[in-house]
Design a protein around this ligand. Structure first.
Ligand SMILES: Nc1ncnc2c1ncn2[C@@H]1O[C@H](COP(=O)(O)OP(=O)(O)OP(=O)(O)O)[C@@H](O)[C@H]1O
Ligand SMILES: [Mg+2]
Length: 226
């Protein structure tokens, strides 16, 4: 079976006072192993919300998310956390790095949780830091880094476990052209060499184009553009 992730009839609304904001109104998506998908759409259209739902981070109001043939939200919390740590890499739009930990430690967290030996983990992280020009920042705290530097750290944390599914929310948003290219190249290499399945949310048309399949999210619905 080639299907990795499937979402069926996803609905999600938020409430603000008396008002209901209907964000997702019947989203269906089929993701096969090895797909590279981009999702574009206006600000506020629900791209981050959709990615959170696909990544096991937020329950939909209605509809199903199926990962590896199993209902994602039917797993007990602990099991779901394990799946998120080992199978799904998530690059958050707003990074969410832990301020009490150094850059090195932040990236190592998924390895720690899995029980990888510290020196093996450090070695691995340092190799990656070198690739994104952050080798001299390993022992700095995230709050002393620029937005783009934090973003590169967040990308490394998401890919350190070589997840089979990578969900990336604007992974190049704060980056200059050169660093954006490094990140995109890393994602393309992971896609090609490790057959990582990638869903990327972006406002950038150039970034969207590197994906094999592009969707547009507007008015609560997802439209396939190719
Ligand atoms: N926890 C929440 N509580 C209330 N409203 C929310 C919540 N999360 C998202 N929303 C609302 O849902 C809508 C979609 O938000 P979302 O962050 O998914 O949009 P987006 O497409 O990712 O936008 P952007 O391109 O600006 O990142 C917005 O109107 C937002 O205000
Ligand atoms: Mg967003």
């Amino acid at each position: 079976m080639n299907n990795l992730l499937r979402a069926l009839n996803i609905h999600k609304s938020f409430h603000s006072g008396d008002e209901e904001i209907r964000v997702l109104q019947g989203i269906d998506i089929d993701v096969n192993k090895g797909d590279f998908i981009s999702i574009t759409g206006p600000s506020g259209s629900g791209k981050s919300t959709l990615l959170h739902i696909l990544g096991g981070l937020q329950h939909p109001d209605k509809g199903e998310v199926i990962l590896d043939g199993k209902l994602l939200y039917s797993h007990p919390d602990r099991e779901l956390a394990k799946i998120r740590n080992e199978r799904i890499g998530f690059i958050f739009q707003f990074h969410y790095l832990l301020s009490d930990f150094t850059v090195l430690e932040n990236i190592m967290i998924p390895l720690f949780i899995k029980g990888t030996n510290r020196s093996v983990a450090e070695e691995k992280v340092k190799e990656l830091l070198l690739m994104v020009d952050l080798e001299d920042r390993a022992h700095h705290k995230p709050q002393t880094l620029s937005g783009g530097e934090r973003q590169r750290v967040a990308v490394l944390r998401a890919i350190i476990n070589q997840p089979s599914l990578l969900l990336a929310d604007e992974p190049t948003g704060d980056l200059d052209w050169e660093h954006a290219n490094t990140i995109l190249q890393m994602l393309m290499d992971l896609h090609k060499e490790k057959e990582m399945t990638i869903i990327i949310v972006t406002h950038n048309k150039r970034v969207a184009k590197i994906a094999k399949n592009t969707y547009n999210l507007t008015k609560g619905r997802l439209e396939n553009e190719m």
